[in-house]
Design a binder for this molecule. Structure first.
Ligand code: XUL
Ligand code: CO
Length: 436
């Protein structure tokens, strides 16, 4: 039985199309900088919002109409949902998906029963992957919803919560491996604090470091060679989350000797909650060789929380794709739509509109970014801005030939520094707008 009987495979119809169920910019086969768009963008659908989101908010229950659901929390319903999800992804033409263990299968009354439920649903995920060719971008474990994680998982003051989380991640890694997952993400929903009076921060951070090492060791043991990611977010649900932004994550990874094992999975709305732009976060991660994957969404300027909206702003997607191209691409990461339709958009077809819009926005961002790079005006201006470092004194400093004393001598002789040149911010902003 079809979950989306009225919808056919979403075609690419080009920029002039008036069909809201068609791509106007995402042509998977179009070559950009010598590579197909499909391979640059590596689009992924998230199971938790798109197939588990009901549209509930703190003021009211879910509104989503999902005819394939039977309303129960049974394994059978979960298996049917998998078939609906793959029909959706196949019709959309998304090559990847991502899930948490608890999105796909119901928890049982014990860990053993929960694992059994998961296995029963993973079997159908495997069948559907096989049938459609859709692949798993990354797997993850939900270590934040169950009340046992009320004080955190790896950073809980209760060692049993840590132990249960370890067991859960062990299983999630096995499942990710069995489905050929290309990555595994850690997002520390409750790995933070609400109140410092009851928190031993140092001990909690040590535990988190230990936990991640156990995951890396276990991956080696079972032969999982996918990329591990850590996903920064500053707050929500906790007041402060330890992996608060890209810089905090990098500091943590360096402190606990994990830089070789994890990269960052950056999410736009998390960046804005941290008081940064996505471009800033991508630059921070990329500059340390740690840009892994992106959770593509956007917040709302007038709402201060993690609204997880679908990205439609071409300026934003252009910035993202400029960074992606600059740092050598996302593979094995991707553009993962960690985004949800609004509570008011409750019909199944809205899931299509949302993803089509996001995919087209990123496709346009990619084309614009490639045009900016091909034109080389931006690059030329940037190179020019640092020209003083390319020869003479700058080159000598960069190659380590100077000290405070030798530089003092030069400046005493010279009397003052050479004049600065304008930063030309407005001119550069105008330049970018020529391509958008
Ligand atoms: C929450 C969030 C998570 C992670 C995966 O804000 O982004 O869904 O992406 O746990
Ligand atoms: Co996310």
């Amino acid at each position: 039985m079809s979950a989306f009987p009225e919808i056919d495979r979403i075609p690419f119809e080009g920029p002039d199309s008036k069909n809201p169920l068609a791509f106007r910019h995402y042509d998977p086969n179009e070559q950009v900088e010598g590579m197909a768009m499909r391979d640059h963008l590596r689009f992924s659908v998230v199971y938790w919002h798109t197939f588990r989101g009901q549209g509930a908010d703190p003021f009211g229950p879910g509104t989503a109409v999902r005819p394939w659901e039977d309303g129960s929390d049974s394994v059978e319903n979960a298996q049917n949902r998998v078939r609906a999800a793959f029909e959706f992804m196949e019709k959309l033409g998304a090559p990847y998906y991502a899930f948490h263990d608890r999105d796909v299968a119901p928890e049982g009354s014990s860990l053993a029963e929960t694992n059994k439920n998961l296995d029963a649903v993973v079997e159908v995920l495997g069948e559907e992957q096989q049938r459609t060719g859709i692949k798993l971008l990354w797997g993850t474990a939900n270590l934040f919803s169950n009340p046992r994680y009320v004080h955190g998982a790896a950073t809980s003051p209760n060692c049993d919560a840590f132990a249960f989380a370890a067991a859960q991640v062990k299983k999630a890694l096995e499942v990710t491996l069995s489905l050929g997952g290309e990555g595994y993400t850690f997002w520390g929903g409750r790995e933070g604090y609400q109140n410092l009076w009851n928190t031993n921060m140092r001990r909690e951070l040590d535990h988190l470091g230990q936990f991640l090492h156990m995951a890396v060791d276990y991956a080696k043991e079972i032969g999982f060679t996918g990329q591990f990611y850590i996903e920064p977010k500053p707050k929500e649900p906790t007041k402060h989350q330890y992996d608060s932004d890209a810089a905090a994550c990098l500091n943590f990874l360096r402190q606990y000797d994990l830089m070789d094992s994890l990269k960052l999975n950056l999410e736009t709305n998390h960046a804005t909650l941290a008081g940064h732009s996505m471009q800033h976060e991508m630059e921070v991660a990329g500059s340390s060789g740690a840009l892994g994957s992106i959770d593509a969404n956007t917040g709302d300027m007038l709402l201060g929380w993690d609204t997880d909206q679908f990205p439609t702003d071409i300026y934003l997607t252009t910035q993202c794709m400029l960074s992606v191209l600059k740092f050598g691409g996302l593979n094995p990461g991707g553009v993962n739509f960690d985004a949800k339709v609004r509570r008011e958009s409750f019909e199944p077809v809205d899931l299509f509109y949302a993803h089509i819009g996001g995919m087209d926005a990123f496709a346009r961002g990619l084309k614009i970014a490639a045009a900016i790079r091909a034109d080389q005006r931006l690059e030329g201006l940037l190179t020019g801005r640092y020209a003083s470092w390319d020869s003479g004194l700058g080159a000598e400093i960069e190659s380590g030939k100077h000290s405070f004393a030798s530089l003092e001598k030069i400046m005493l002789d010279q009397g003052d520094a050479a004049k600065n040149v304008s930063g030309r911010q407005e001119m550069l902003e105008n330049l970018i707008n020529c391509y958008v």
